[in-house]
Design a protein around this ligand. Structure first.
Ligand code: CO8
Length: 258
């Protein structure tokens, strides 16, 4: 499919999606979000795709929701359209792993989009923020909830109420990002992580992803019980037999996703 606001390439089971609205620092407008939803649908349906990397440009991952598109909307329009609701749910329900590779600005909806991914690798140039308060609004794609879970109440309040940005070093220190790399190594590092994931059993990858997500949604005892059940269920797959046989035979496993 041809996209106007994205560049999408698949290489060796990894789909790289690059947000591509340079004139607006990749601000998330309706067209971009519907194209991103279509790209996610296509990647989910393609058995050849095992992992995704979502990135922007050197200057901006995404500078937020498109303020120019939103400025004149009424409450009735926002409510009736469930503005951004469908997209947020699509990301939340996506079953394959998505790595955010963030360079430059990840602000407002851009920071929220990065947090909707499974983990974030940041370039040293990355800047994260939820500056919606400057516009007289609030984060609307999960920022108040997810940022607080990532960095804790004090830093989340500080960022959301003062609109200050967090640089990459602080974001790593605070647990918002998993690693920080040189800007010219960002895509290489994210693609290498994605390739590593793509080489694992896709069934085990999906279950591991579901389990980590469950840690946010459930109590510890419910999460641990779910983990034990899913751990047991992994023994129903050929990939478990292959993974353990390969270890015993001192060779590399070949996972088939069965
Ligand atoms: N929306 C639309 N256009 C934008 C946006 C944006 N979020 N950000 C930047 N642009 C445009 C600018 O208007 C400018 O366009 P033009 O050249 O036509 O004037 C171009 O991108 C370049 O931007 P700047 O000239 O401003 O570049 P600077 O380097 O001077 O500044 C900044 C970069 C600091 C990133 C600055 O552009 C900025 O502050 N941008 C806005 C950041 C922001 O406030 N983001 C939050 C938006 S609101 C939001 O995300 C809410 C999400 C929840 C919605 C959910 C609904 C349920």
């Amino acid at each position: 499919m041809a996209y106007e606001t994205l560049i999408v390439e698949t290489t060796d089971a990894v789909t790289l999606i690059r947000l591509n609205r340079p004139e607006a620092l990749n601000a998330l407008n309706s067209q971009l979000l519907s194209e991103l939803t279509a790209a996610l649908d296509a990647a989910e349906a393609d058995d050849g795709v095992r992992c995704l990397v979502l990135t922007g440009s050197d200057r901006a991952f995404a500078a937020g929701a498109d303020i120019k598109e939103m400025a004149d909307k009424t409450y009735a329009q926002m409510f009736a359209a469930d503005f951004f609701g469908a997209f947020a749910r699509r990301m939340e329900q996506f079953r394959k792993p998505v790595i955010a590779a963030v360079g430059g600005y990840a602000l407002g909806g851009g920071c929220e989009l990065a947090m909707l991914c499974d983990f974030i690798i940041a370039a040293e140039t990355a800047k994260f923020g939820q500056p919606e308060i400057n516009l007289g609004v609030a984060p609307g794609i999960g920022g108040t909830q997810r940022l607080t879970r990532f960095v804790g109440k004090s830093k989340a309040m500080d960022m959301i109420l003062t609109a200050r940005m967090m640089d990459a070093a602080e974001a790593e220190r605070s647990g918002l990002v998993s690693r920080v790399v040189a800007p010219d190594k960002l895509i290489e590092e994210a693609m290498a992580a994605a390739a590593k994931i793509a080489g694992q059993s896709p069934l085990a990858v999906m279950m591991n992803k579901e389990l980590v997500e469950a840690a946010y949604e459930t109590t510890l005892s419910t999460g641990v019980a779910l983990e034990r059940r899913l751990f047991h269920s992994l023994f129903a797959f050929d990939d478990q037999k292959e993974g353990m046989a390969a270890f015993v035979e001192k060779r590399k496993p070949t996972f088939k996703g069965s």
